[in-house]
Design a protein around this ligand. Structure first.
Ligand code: FES
Length: 907
């Protein structure tokens, strides 16, 4: 077969049944990416004879005589960017960048006439990061070939400017590699056999036929792996999570759990051999309902685990129980309150749906060390646990990342690296394990579903007199992140309001469901949905404006914070800035101006406004450390090294800005090196929104120390991009290196122990129209105000807030992973699990409080997770105001809202 790819002729034969995506990648076109391999996400879009297609759906045999254009073929004859590519650079049209090639290819085929119908034209291209506003603007600009640039894009890229990400051109040309964008010729491929049962004991397992199958190099069952328990979750302290997981176990506890792994020359051979493994299961009773899991006689998921494993009561399936409060008898306080409201709210399972699937590539280096290239947010923590599980010295393991294609907490886990590492050690060869999209739903982790009962009491003026919470969280079959999520879920959501009497009962339990795990917001969004809904109901009952009710009760700078963390709850929290009041004002003003989409016409539409307030700390408790380096290189360039990871959160950009600002240079003269346990200093990782507040501070310290070293050489003076100006004359930076006897480079390190945390705030407001005839909820106006301290990069922060709000709207209105009666996932592809498309997402107006945080890097605070949290309660409150009845079950899908409007239950 002959075809042209980007004007280069290729003569090749595809494998039987091969799709165009894998065919193109096999022939070196790594710019064509996999997001789903089911035609749903568009990450693999190419032009086939000038028509955009999802290449995963096109049989490669059909390419005979065809012309295929990938994103790499869009550039002009002299290498100049295509107008759409250029516009994506200018408009910050990406965050992680994994979807970008597909977006650009689809948009490159549009005409100006198509722009009127842009959301429909782009419906085949999903983005999980951006909220689409920047993509839409980039496409409109690029297609019109204007490429106009608005706003500050200071070339110097110092703090406060919307400096472009360093990878911008590489992202839009798809030359920035992600985890699997390397030559895998000769590598072995690992596939997993999953359990068909929610709970079963493996009586016997026979892999004889699989081991003898063509191409098979290795089969692993529970007989072949270390007899050691650990957690897939990774934290600074490994004892934060229960040791309840074996690499392969003789008991399976959820449908899809790993039963065996096959490593073969090709993916197809590995999959075929999986089917040859004979397993004799003793099916055990399963418990899928978290309420039932605590009852006497319930099937026990981990009966052998003890408090020494960080499982509080395995005899009740309880991983962690939190009971306590302050101020005395909460029931008495409620009984004495003028107003009381009570309710029980429920949240669904949500998938991270980051477009890059999980996975890892393992190999041995020349010294026989294990090297793992992984799609992870936590390379250092993964190295530590990988070494422990495999019985290796940590120095014999290197974990590194390329750019990570989205995470949202889902890659704060070790889901692939353990099996890959063991397979490399056993075979001595390179081994690849890339998850399928369905495995993302069945074998990684989902957001913890929670049931949250809230009762509030208030006096005549609407001041809270009592607050009582009862929380039940479902961690599924394993306890990864279960304890931390529960701590966090009931911390800031309770602390945000002053109340003399608070009482909390909270438990997280094992069930035989797919495990839950870390997810943007880390549990806070689920409890905030309930508390902010109850506050809105209290405003209605007390006859108060919901903004005023919150102002009356919210914590003010200096107030005690009665968080529910174990140990000393207040030892590391600081009121070093305060912008909660501004956030409320900004949203109230925005909604009051009445702008937004027009109200749909018709007798069945009802309109309501809703708001919700959020508070979050700037990093995880109990330490989040970073050690960084900054090096002056020959030629006046600098290199920064930070162990954290870029996965769309923008740390590579803000880190360069921080270093450039301290050293008086420009961001484009600073090279960033992230996410490599060999090449960077220790970093806890990319989570808890800590990239700015921890690694950023460590880089500030390193750059400051380097500046001092440079000026010590010159005897003082003014450091600038080209050298140092002293009273005695100019020094070039190369002269500084020579005088320091360090011609290869001059370095300094910076450390941040990360134990002091500040408080961020955000407020979300919406106006919605609800169609009582259909249950449709249309968002007419969406606005979020955030207190992020000093804004280091306005365009980038705006993108984080918009993306968080879009994800929040998805969770609010339709995202839900359904579980069948036998514990199986019913909608494990994007066609049935709905991720917001461009047409679904309204523009969220972003406003900034003006604060400066004394703890933060240049006064900045973190703001990556928090924007997600208040969106669902704001939408719920708007629906309540529109219909007069309150939704208690998230998502507020059409069927639920229709039943609610019709007077039925909303569950
Ligand atoms: Fe679109 Fe990350 S930028 S998926």
């Amino acid at each position: 077969m002959k075809l042209h790819i980007n004007d280069t002729e290729l003569e090749a034969e595809p494998a039987p049944g091969q799709c165009t995506r894998t065919f193109l990648r096999e022939h070196g076109h790594l710019e064509v990416r996999k997001g789903c391999d089911a035609g749903d996400c568009g990450a693999c879009t190419v032009l086939l004879d000038d028509r955009p297609v999802h290449s995963c759906l096109i049989p490669a045999q059909r390419l005979d005589g065809a012309r295929v254009t990938t994103v790499a073929g869009l550039a002009g004859p002299d290498g100049e960017l295509h107008p759409v590519q250029q516009a994506f650079v200018e408009k910050f049209g990406y965050q992680c960048g994994f979807c970008t090639a597909g977006q650009i290819v689809t948009a490159s085929a549009l005409t100006a006439d198509d722009l009127d119908d842009l959301p429909r034209r782009m419906k085949g291209n999903l983005c999980r990061c951006t909220g689409y506003r920047s993509i839409r603007e980039a496409i409109e600009t690029g297609v019109r070939r204007g490429c106009a640039v608005d706003g500050p894009r200071a070339a110097e890229g110092t703090v406060g400017c919307s400096a472009r990400p360093p990878a911008a051109e590489r992202i839009v040309t798809s030359t920035e590699p992600f985890t699997f964008d390397v030559d895998l010729t000769g590598a072995l491929h690992l596939r997993v056999l999953g359990s068909p049962h929610a709970h079963a004991r493996i009586r016997s397992i026979d892999a004889t036929a699989a081991r003898a199958a063509p191409g098979v190099a290795l089969v692993l069952t529970h007989h072949d792996v270390p007899d050691l328990r650990y957690s897939t979750a990774r934290h600074e302290h490994r004892t934060d999570d229960p040791d309840d997981t074996r690499m392969l176990d003789d008991v399976v506890r959820h449908v899809g759990q790993r039963v065996a792994a096959v490593v073969a020359e090709t993916p197809a051979q590995a999959e075929a051999a999986c089917a040859l493994i004979a397993v004799d299961y003793e099916v055990l009773p399963a418990v899928l309902d978290p309420e039932a899991a605590r009852l006497p006689g319930a099937p026990l998921v981990h009966p052998d685990r003890t408090p020494a494993d960080r499982v509080d009561e395995s005899s009740r399936n309880v991983v962690l129980a939190l009971h306590g409060g302050h101020g005395g008898d909460v029931d008495a306080a409620l009984a004495g309150s003028v107003h009381t409201v009570t309710g029980t709210w429920r949240t669904s399972r949500v998938s991270h749906a980051q477009l890059e699937c999980h996975g890892a590539i393992g190999s041995l280096d020349d010294d026989g060390r294990l090297v793992v290239r992984a799609g992870t947010q936590v390379p250092f923590l993964t190295r530590a646990e990988l070494a422990r599980v495999l019985g290796l010295d940590p120095d014999r393991v290197r974990v590194h990342t390329a750019r990570v294609g989205g995470g949202f907490g889902g890659k704060q886990e070790m889901f692939a690296e353990d099996l890959v590492g063991l397979a490399v050690l056993r075979t001595g060869r390179t081994v690849v394990h890339e998850f399928t999209r369905t495995e993302e739903f069945t074998r990684t982790a989902l957001r913890h579903p929670m049931r949250v009962a809230v009762t509030l009491g208030a006096d005549d003026d609407g001041r809270l007199t009592a607050m009582k919470l009862d929380v039940l969280s479902d961690t599924g079959a394993y306890g990864n992140h279960s304890r931390g999520v529960l701590f966090h879920a009931v911390a800031e959501s309770v602390s945000v309001y002053n109340c003399p009497v608070k009482h909390l009962d909270a438990e997280v339990v094992y069930t035989n469901n797919v495990p839950s795990g870390a997810f943007r917001g880390y549990g806070l969004g689920q409890v905030m949905f309930a508390v902010e809904s109850a506050m809105d109901e209290l405003a209605i009952v007390a006859g108060l404006d919901p903004f005023d009710l919150r102002r009356r009760n919210m914590v003010r700078a200096g107030d005690p914070l009665h968080v529910a963390h174990h140990g000393d709850p207040e030892h590391d929290l600081h009121w070093t800035s305060y912008g909660m009041d501004q956030c409320l004002d900004l949203v109230q003003d925005a909604l009051a101006d009445g702008s937004g989409d027009p109200v749909p016409e018709g007798p069945t539409w009802r309109v309501g406004e809703g708001t919700a307030l959020g508070m979050m700390t700037t990093m995880a408790p109990f330490g989040h450390a970073a050690t960084t380096t900054v090096t002056l290189l020959p030629g006046g360039r600098y290199r920064l090294g930070a162990g954290t990871v870029e996965f769309g959160n923008g740390t590579t950009t803000t880190h360069r800005q921080v270093v450039a600002t301290v050293l008086g240079t420009t961001a484009d003269r600073v090279d960033a090196h992230h996410g490599d346990t060999d090449a960077c200093g220790y970093d806890t990782g990319a989570f808890a929104s800590a990239g700015t507040t921890v690694a950023g501070k460590a880089l500030h310290a390193a750059a400051t120390a380097l500046r001092a070293r440079i000026l010590a050489v010159t005897g003082g003076g003014e450091l600038h991009a080209d050298g140092v100006t002293t009273p005695d004359g100019e020094w070039s930076l190369d002269e500084v290196l020579a005088a320091a006897s360090s011609p290869g480079g001059l370095s300094a390190t910076g450390e941040e122990p990360g134990t002091a945390r500040a408080i961020t705030a955000n407020c979300h407001g919406v106006r919605v129209a609800v169609d009582t005839a259909t249950g449709e909820v249309r968002v007419l106006r969406s606005v979020q105000a955030v207190d992020a301290g000093t804004v280091l990069n306005p365009e980038q922060l705006r993108g984080q807030v918009e993306g968080g709000a879009a994800m929040g709207l998805g969770s609010a209105l339709y995202e839900e992973v359904y579980v069948g009666e036998s514990g199986e996932i019913l909608n494990s592809v994007f066609r049935t699990y709905r991720v917001p498309q461009m047409a679904d997402v309204p523009v969220t107006e972003v406003r900034y409080a003006r604060t400066h945080d004394a703890l933060g890097t240049y006064g900045a605070k973190s703001m990556s997770e928090a924007p997600y949290n208040p969106v669902a309660p704001a939408v719920a409150n708007a629906i309540r105001r529109a219909l007069g009845v309150r939704p208690y079950h998230q998502p507020f899908s059409r069927d639920r809202v229709w039943r609610l409007a019709a007077g039925g239950t909303a569950s």
